[in-house]
Design a protein around this ligand. Structure first.
Ligand SMILES: *Cc1c(COP(=O)(O)O)cnc(C)c1O
Length: 393
């Protein structure tokens, strides 16, 4: 189908609003000017406020992988032990990166259908009598499984045990979608990117850090250069990017942050994500009544407000559903990753999205499932429509 828009319901990259695209379509400016430094400072300040972080915010021209590498190489020297909460493809990758940088990784597996179980975490950390674990690394929302872990519960475990490990959170898929209070949760490093909840193109990443994280970075003897927080913290203005700053991305980010403010601030934005995600979950619940599909996330309270991962029963081909959705209905979704390849698809519902966009997407998912002869309960789209008609937007 060539007419009309393609619906981007991937859990990244997400829809880029026309306003953001237009804000970026302009000539470059000299990054030595006051105009540029005001733009940069204002973007960093607003982003940090949205993270509820009072410590520094470091920006990079990079993907999320870059923010991972920056965080790992600044906080931990070779041989340092970290507890890596492996809850799916992305967190697993992060752990592999830690190993590539010579860290001693203790793998804490949550399984692909659940988040971090705080009792199990408590049992593991309680055995760390010598307090050798220097960091606990966790993905807030694991994009491959659609599971969001309870960060407050993890913080409580660390506090109860008086364990000094740094709490390092990949909020790449949750930032701007699920409430996250860096100061209040005692998060020492909080990683985010431009292309998911922030409605921007790929290319900017951020880490909000605590004073303890700053101290750890200064104490860390590991050799590093491009990612070095010390260089970036001490540098003035644009030099924090360690090279020519991403001027056009900052034009876009400024506009995206204006849109967030116009919507009523970050809490209004996360509330919208919750309402839209509830509607997706209601539709999936109805579809699942025919027994051919189910949520990947087994615990209802762990189902993510950014992405819903749907598993199909054996004998049904999830890749075919994704392909039909793309080819016949102009709907782009995420496929299953790792052990879920071929048996799951993922509906992204984060970033620039409103009620008719979401209902259009759910209608296309329903049509794709029917076209692929996957039995579904009737009335999923209707339930979602009813739900969204009942709450103010
Ligand atoms: C998308 C994603 C990443 C990777 O980000 P890139 O920009 O693709 O490198 C890491 N972690 C999570 C949870 C993600 O969703």
């Amino acid at each position: 189908m060539v007419s009309g828009r393609t619906f981007i319901q991937n859990p990244g990259p997400t829809n880029i609003p026309d306003r953001v695209l237009r804000a970026m379509a302009r000539p470059a400016i000299d990054f030595g000017t006051t105009e540029f430094s005001v733009l940069l400072d204002s973007c960093l300040m607003r982003l940090n406020n949205h993270m509820r972080n009072s410590g520094p915010l470091i920006g990079y021209t990079s993907t999320g992988h870059g923010a991972w590498e920056a965080t790992v190489t600044n906080l931990f020297d070779t041989g340092a032990r970290v507890l890596l909460c492996d809850s799916g493809h992305f967190s697993h990758r992060w752990g592999e990166m830690c190993e590539a940088h010579g860290l001693d990784v203790s793998w804490f597996e949550t399984g692909w259908q659940q988040g971090v179980d705080s009792d199990a975490l408590r049992d593991v950390l309680a055995t760390d009598a010598g307090r050798r674990v220097e960091g606990v690394l966790v993905a807030h929302t694991e994009t491959s499984t659609g599971v969001t872990s309870d960060l407050a519960a993890i913080r409580t475990v660390l506090d109860d045990l008086e364990h000094p490990a740094l709490l390092v959170v990949d909020s790449i898929a949750s930032f701007g979608c699920t409430p996250l209070e860096v100061d209040a949760l005692g998060v020492d490093a909080c990683l985010a990117v431009s292309q998911k909840g922030l409605m921007m193109p790929i290319g900017l990443a951020f880490t909000g850090i605590s004073d303890r994280a700053v101290a750890a970075a200064y104490a860390n003897k590991r050799g590093r250069f491009y990612w070095d927080w010390r260089r970036r913290l001490e540098a003035e203005g644009y030099r924090m990017f360690c090279g020519t700053p991403p001027i056009h991305h900052l034009f876009g980010l400024d506009e995206a942050l204006c849109m967030i403010a116009e919507e009523g601030g970050i809490d209004a934005v996360t509330n919208r994500h919750r309402r839209l995600a509830d509607a997706v979950r209601a539709a999936v619940e109805v579809w699942s009544e025919a027994g051919a599909l189910k949520f990947n996330a087994t615990k209802a309270k762990e189902r993510s407000d950014s992405v819903t991962c749907v598993r199909l029963a054996e004998n049904y081909d999830a890749d075919k559903v994704v392909a039909v959705a793309r080819q016949r209905f102009n709907l782009s979704m995420g496929s299953g990753i790792g052990p879920l390849a071929g048996s799951a698809f993922r509906i992204g519902h984060l970033g620039d999205l409103n009620v008719p966009m979401l209902l259009g997407a759910l209608g296309a998912v329903e049509a794709s499932l029917r076209a692929c002869r996957v039995p579904i309960g009737t009335g999923g789209l209707e339930v979602a429509t009813t739900m969204l008609s009942e709450v103010s937007s």
